[in-house]
Design a binder for this molecule. Structure first.
Ligand SMILES: NC(=O)c1ccc[n+]([C@@H]2O[C@H](COP(=O)([O-])OP(=O)(O)OC[C@H]3O[C@@H](n4cnc5c(N)ncnc54)[C@H](O)[C@@H]3O)[C@@H](O)[C@H]2O)c1
Length: 149
């Protein structure tokens, strides 16, 4: 099976949680964040979640290890140049989101034909976001195996 590559941009609560969901479904995940400290926090959060799932018998140690190996942590935007889907999950601040998408587009990220998703409060304005980007909940409400990647 061809392994799809998903980029999660923003390693907060949403980014860390969605990374696990995609990795659990077998996707290769790059979790991007602007700071190393944010990535470290996300890695610890994911490890803690996995420990709980193992203790509850919801995943085996082997499954959990494989899942965590599918997540790469990075502060480099190179991962955005070659992904099947990019999910933006940075801070709930539309100025920051606009800047993120502009920078990502300029640095070679967001190639045509690839899919993008942004997470935000639905009340927030989406003016200025890439026309190809779709709002998160539509995808998030689908089971990971049915994600349109
Ligand atoms: N947490 C939820 O339950 C939830 C649910 C639905 C939608 N969302 C949406 O998802 C997005 C992320 O939410 P969250 O709860 O993960 O937030 P969070 O505060 O936990 O994480 C935000 C992340 O953005 C990064 N960040 C901060 N400023 C930045 C900037 N200027 N440029 C790039 N990155 C920056 C931080 O380092 C952090 O990793 C928001 O738009 C939020 O509305 C969150």
């Amino acid at each position: 099976m061809e392994q799809k590559h998903i980029v999660l941009a923003g390693a907060g609560m949403m980014g860390a949680s969605l990374s696990q969901v995609y990795a659990q479904a077998g996707y290769q995940v790059s979790l991007w964040n602007g700071s190393e400290s944010g990535l470290e926090r996300a890695k610890n959060l994911i490890a803690l979640n996995q420990e709980t799932l193992r203790k509850e018998g919801m995943v085996t140690a082997e499954q959990s290890e494989e899942l965590q190996k599918r997540i790469t942590y990075t502060t480099s935007k190179v991962c955005m140049e070659d992904c099947d889907l990019m999910v933006e999950a940075i801070i709930e601040n539309m100025d920051a989101k606009h800047k993120f998408w502009e920078d990502a587009s300029r640095s070679g990220g967001c190639p045509a034909g690839h899919q993008y998703q942004w997470t935000a409060n639905p009340r927030s304005s989406q003016v200025g976001l890439p026309s190809r980007a779709v709002h998160g909940p539509a995808l998030a409400e689908s089971p990971p195996s049915a994600a349109p990647v």
